[in-house]
Design a protein around this ligand. Sequence first.
Ligand code: ATP
Length: 326
Amino acid sequence: MILKALEMQGFKSFPDKTVFKFGKGITSVVGPNGSGKSNISDAVRWVLGEQSTKSLRGARMEDVIFSGTSVRRAQGFAEVTLRLDNSDRVLDYDSDEVSVTRRYYRSGESEYIFNGENCRLRDINELFMDTGLGRDGYSIVSQGRVADLISSRSVKRREMLEEAAGISHFRYRREEANRRLEQAEENLIRLRDILAELESRVGPLKTQSEKAQKFLVLSEDKKELEIGLWLHTIEKSKNGLKEQEHKLSIASSQYESTELELDELEAKIEQVINKGRDITAEIENIRQNASSLEEEAARLDGRIAVENNTIEHNIESIERVRRDIE
Ligand code: ATP
């Protein structure tokens, strides 16, 4: 595995995108004090997941972002990409080149990208474990660290030696297993508590369960009885329906014959009405004849009275004439 390139943008004293290409052999970075040489090794450790702000020589993680100068504004984020040649497949990834990117924003958001895809810090740690580039790796020894290591606690030294021997992976797994074991034990304690709690509920629950079973048996009986009742009702209804259907057919035939009779009666009534109408017309005629006859009789009565008067007058005239003659 060979370091191919390091790209930085907005990281510490590198506001612009800066690319370091490393050839084979030794690369030396030379510069005056404070020119930013150590910032390069900080960038390598940072992109590989360094979480300690102290070892990055800052107070907060935000300090890795270019903080500006009198002539240049501060940056909003820092980004570092490390490119490695993996043609010897030291890293457990099937690609000749791998790249790791870490991005950190002032808002506190951070991203890890492995070969163009977002990933977790844990994935990066696991990938570089036992390669010397890991979290406790020996490949990056910053200024003053050698003396630090010699004088530091044996635990720290041991971590470095384990990484060099390629067994830190096992240590990591052991720690992971221990952590899980602790978690499992905690879960077990919680489960025991729950069990104890549940055991105290067993008595009342048993009574409730017996009641529930009894209820189930009784509700089954109730269901059967209800079904029986329904069947009986249906049978009864069927018989009633048959009877009503029979009555209906009789009533229908009666209705039909009554309707025929009604038709006949209506025809007769029609005839009678017509006849009545004729009779009424005849009566009207007779009444009109009678009234004209009455008028005629009255006229004749008048004439008779006039004639009688004339006769009486004539008789009186005859009498007078006779008396005159006599
Ligand atoms: P020495 O040889 O003394 O160790 P060096 O060349 O390693 O120095 P560094 O310590 O890497 O230099 O860089 C320090 C410089 O980086 C300082 O000038 C400091 O102002 C600058 N620097 C560090 N952090 C930031 C930041 N967040 N923004 C801007 N500049 C920064």
